[in-house]
Ligand binder design. Sequence first.
Ligand SMILES: Cc1cc2nc3c(=O)[nH]c(=O)nc-3n(C[C@H](O)[C@H](O)[C@H](O)COP(=O)(O)OP(=O)(O)OC[C@H]3O[C@@H](n4cnc5c(N)ncnc54)[C@H](O)[C@@H]3O)c2cc1C
Ligand code: FES
Length: 249
Amino acid sequence: MAYLLEKPIEVARDHFLLRLQSESSAVPGQFVNLKIGATLDPLLRRPFSVYNCSDGIIEIIVRVVGRGTAWLRDYAEIGAIDMLPPMGKGFTLIEKGRALLVGGGVGNAPLYYLAKSLKERKVFVEYIFGAQNAEAIFLRDAYERICDAVHIMTDDGSCGEKGFATDCVGTLKSLLFDAVYTCGPVPMMAALVEIFRPSNSVVEASVENYFGCGVGLCSGCVVETNSGNRRACIDGPVFDARTVIWRKE
Ligand SMILES: Cc1cc2nc3c(=O)[nH]c(=O)nc-3n(C[C@H](O)[C@H](O)[C@H](O)COP(=O)(O)OP(=O)(O)OC[C@H]3O[C@@H](n4cnc5c(N)ncnc54)[C@H](O)[C@@H]3O)c2cc1C
Ligand code: FES
């Protein structure tokens, strides 16, 4: 259980910030499972990555795509909301050196808390924020406040540089990173992994595929890896990205 502290705040077109008071804390890369609606329909909870966690408050970013996320957007009752505590395997935090974080769309959400945690360890953080257009960029100031460098990429060039997040990688001054972390569309993550596969960097991806039960019981969230199928809800959502067999459907 958690407590919604205020009405969802619109932070970009169709993107809302929810602030939830919770007794549980989270590590970067974990997700929370929220019950949608007051009845058994829809039955399945919806997973959302932790955008930020501090002082007993968990923040998430919800992009409205369907029934459940629209319900959350319209949820106006300040007070108790049915949330399972943060779960899943988070990112491996390096203790020093340089990190590259590459997010696409709402996949930028878990990377904020990661960037913040890396900065607390004095890691140099370079960030590529990819989005479809200017209207889909959320909380840009927050990312710019904590990261050492932020590059904005939009598909249509309406903000930052025109192109995909991965197009930006080739323009960076140095590709020497101790760790590369990503979350976003599969083609973006797959392309990024290929760029860094030969390097010595840690390369990790948060895989936000379809979830069923969200607690390890249904195998609805299977991710193919080179050591067999893994359930994203309990073995992930963060994986060693080199081990994932990326299907660019
Ligand atoms: C580990 C994890 C973390 C996530 N973190 C976030 C987050 O931080 N913020 C956020 O907004 N969303 C996040 N998602 C996705 C979010 O859970 C879905 O968008 C949500 O469940 C959709 O619910 P709905 O009832 O609104 O949509 P539905 O009515 O169930 O579906 C509406 C449309 O969205 C598509 N859809 C549903 N789920 C997904 C998905 N996982 N990937 C791609 N398309 C999907 C459906 O195919 C359909 O076309 C995450 C998913 C996972 C697995
Ligand atoms: S969503 Fe059911 S096992 Fe992962």
